[in-house]
Design a protein around this ligand. Structure first.
Ligand code: HSE
Length: 406
C-alpha cells in the first residue's frame, strides 16, 4: 500500500480526492498496489464529506508520519506551500504539485533537494492543466533539441480573445461575462496581465534549457489593451489575435515572451478557441508536434496531479532526474528579438506612405472600411529595438502595435 497526504482541500485538492476515489480500481491495478489517502490537510473541517475522518489541521502530522510516502501540494501560492514542500522532500517524501507560482520561483531548488533525497518533485499540472506536456518533454522528446515552444497557456484570456474575435464583443463586456461564468476571477489581473502564462512559459523555458529561467526576466504584456478594432483589422488580414507565450532558441541563446500576437489561419494555434490551451513544440529532429486540451478546471488539473502521484509511487526511492539546474539562464534581450509588427496609425495613409515605406521597409497596408481616420500596416521583420526607435518618430500618430507571429 502507498499512503499519501493531500495539502489543501480546495478546487484541485477535492478534485484529486475525487479522481482517486472514482478511478481507485484502475489506479491500483496500474500501480500494482493500493493507493490510499491518509491525510487531507486544511484549515477547515468538512462534516459529511468523504474526507471528514482524515482531515488534519496540522502539517506536523503529515511530515512526521513515516508511512506517508507522497505529499500532494495543491494549496497554491508561495507560502506556506514552499515550506511544506521543502520539509516534505527533506523528510524523504516525494511531492506532486499543481502550483505554478511555486514551481516557477523555487522549482530548481526543490528539484535539487528531491535529487539529494532520492525522491521526486513532479509538477505536470502546473503547465497546461490536464494536458500532458512536461512528461513528454522529459521522456519522449529527450532525443531532441527543442528549438521552439509556444503556447496558449491561459484559458481565461483565450476565452476572452475568442469571444472578442468571433462575436465582436468589447473587452469589458467579455471580461464581465467570463467572470459571471466563473472562467475569470473577480480580480482577473494574473490572467489578463499575462502573469499566469508568464510563470508557465518560465517553467517550460527552464525545462527545455535545463537552466533557471526567472519569470521576472520574461517580457510580459497582457490583453488589456486589445480592442474590437484590433480584431476587425485581424479579420481583414485573415488573422486572429491570441495571447501567446513563446520561447525560441537562437543559436546558444533563448528568447521568451508573453504578449498578444497576430496569428494567420495557417498557424497551428489559430483554431485553439475558448478555454482550451495548447502547446506547440518544434524539435530539431521531431519537427512539429502539438498538445491540446483542458488547461484548467478541477478534474483535468487533478488528473495530471494523480498521474504524477502514480509516477512517484512507481519510483519510490528512485529519483527520475527530471528538471533543471539552479544556474540562471540569461535570456536574449527583448530589443534584439525580431518580429514583424502590425501598427495602427492615425492620419492619411497616402500622405504618410512614402516616409513609412522608407522607415519600416516593405509594408502591407490594411484598411477596415468601418474604421475612419486611421489605417494599419505590417512592417518588415526587424529587431524590436529598431522598431521602437522608428516608432518614436510617430508617437502622435501610432494608436497601437501588435506583434505578428509567423
Ligand atoms: N487562470 C488559469 C487559466 C487557470 O485561466 O488558464 C490555470 O492556471
Amino acid at each position: 500500500m502507498v499512503k499519501i497526504a493531500v495539502l489543501g482541500y480546495g478546487t484541485v485538492g477535492s478534485g484529486v480526492v475525487e479522481v482517486i476515489r472514482t478511478n481507485q480500481e484502475v489506479i491500483n491495478q496500474r500501480l500494482g498496489e493500493i493507493l490510499q489517502i491518509k491525510y487531507v490537510l486544511d484549515l477547515r473541517d468538512f462534516p459529511g464529506d468523504p474526507v471528514q475522518d482524515i482531515i488534519t489541521h496540522d502539517f506536523e502530522d503529515v511530515v512526521n508520519d513515516e508511512e506517508v510516502k507522497i505529499v500532494v501540494e495543491v494549496m497554491g501560492g508561495i507560502e506556506p506551500a514552499y515550506t511544506f514542500v521543502k520539509r516534505s522532500l527533506m523528510a524523504g517524501k516525494s511531492v506532486a504539485t499543481s502550483n505554478k507560482a511555486l514551481v516557477a520561483k523555487h522549482g530548481a531548488e526543490l528539484l535539487r533537494i528531491a535529487g539529494e533525497q532520492n525522491v521526486n518533485f513532479l509538477f505536470e499540472a502546473s503547465v497546461g492543466g490536464g494536458i500532458p506536456i512536461l512528461r513528454p518533454l522529459h521522456s519522449s522528446l529527450t532525443g531532441d533539441v527543442i528549438e521552439e515552444i509556444m503556447g496558449i497557456l491561459n484559458g481565461t484570456t483565450n476565452y476572452m480573445m475568442t469571444k472578442m474575435f468571433y462575436e465582436g464583443a468589447n473587452y469589458d463586456e467579455v471580461l464581465k461575462e467570463a467572470q459571471d461564468n466563473g472562467f475569470a476571477e473577480r480580480n482577473p489581473e494574473a490572467d489578463v496581465e499575462g502573469y499566469d502564462a508568464c510563470r508557465k512559459i518560465a517553467i517550460l523555458s527552464s525545462i527545455i534549457s535545463g537552466r533557471q529561467v526567472d519569470f521576472e526576466d520574461i517580457y510580459c504584456e497582457g490583453i488589456t489593451k486589445i480592442t474590437v478594432e484590433d480584431m476587425q483589422y485581424a479579420k481583414a488580414m485573415g488573422k486572429t489575435v491570441k495571447l501567446l507565450a513563446t520561447c525560441k532558441r537562437d543559436g546558444d541563446s533563448l528568447s521568451a515572451m508573453v504578449c498578444p500576437c497576430l496569428l494567420s489561419q495557417e498557424h497551428p494555434l489559430y483554431s485553439v478557441n475558448g478555454v482550451f490551451n495548447s502547446v506547440f513544440v518544434h524539435g530539431n529532429m521531431l519537427g512539429d508536434a502539438m498538445f491540446y486540451g483542458s488547461g484548467a478546471g478541477k478534474l483535468p488539473t487533478a488528473s495530471a496531479v494523480v498521474g504524477d502521484v502514480v509516477e512517484a509511487a512507481k519510483n519510490l526511492n528512485r529519483n527520475l532526474g527530471n528538471g533543471w539546474s539552479e544556474e540562471k539562464l540569461v535570456l536574449k534581450k527583448k530589443d534584439d528579438v525580431t518580429h514583424r509588427f502590425f501598427v495602427r496609425m492615425k492620419g492619411d495613409r497616402e500622405a504618410l506612405q512614402e516616409k513609412l515605406g522608407a522607415d519600416f521597409g516593405m509594408l502591407q497596408y490594411v484598411v477596415v472600411p468601418e474604421i475612419d481616420g486611421e489605417f494599419g500596416f505590417v512592417t518588415e521583420c526587424m529587431p524590436e529595438g529598431e522598431y521602437q526607435k522608428k516608432a518614436a518618430d510617430y508617437t502622435e500618430e501610432i494608436i497601437s502595435m501588435i506583434r505578428v507571429e509567423e
